[in-house]
Design a binder for this molecule. Structure first.
Ligand SMILES: [Zn+2]
Length: 77
C-alpha cells in the first residue's frame, strides 16, 4: 500500500519518499515527509507510512539527533 503523493500545484505524482527534504518521525511506522516537487519545486508535506527499507535509517538518525521522535516537545525552560 504505497502512498500516492500529489503536488497541489502541478498535479505531479512523481514523488519518491526516499528523496525527502525533511522527515519528522511520528511513530515507529509513520512520519511526516516534506518532499519537493521535481516538476515545479513546490514543497509538499505528507503523512505517510515509513517505507520498510527506510525505517532503520530514520530511527537511527532520529536517535542520534535525539529529536524528531514525537510531537510532544519537551521544553527546557
Ligand atoms: Zn509540482
Amino acid at each position: 500500500m504505497a502512498t500516492v503523493v500529489t503536488c497541489e500545484t502541478c498535479g505531479s505524482t512523481d514523488f519518491d519518499l526516499h528523496d525527502y527534504c525533511s522527515v519528522m518521525v511520528l511513530s515507529s511506522e509513520r512520519a511526516l515527509f516534506t518532499l519537493k516537487c521535481p516538476k515545479c519545486g513546490t514543497k509538499v508535506t505528507t503523512l505517510s507510512p515509513i517505507p520498510q527499507d527506510m525505517r532503520s535509517g530514520i530511527a537511527a538518525a532520529a536517535r542520534k539527533m535525539n529529536a524528531g521522535m514525537g510531537g510532544c516537545e519537551t521544553s527546557n525552560r
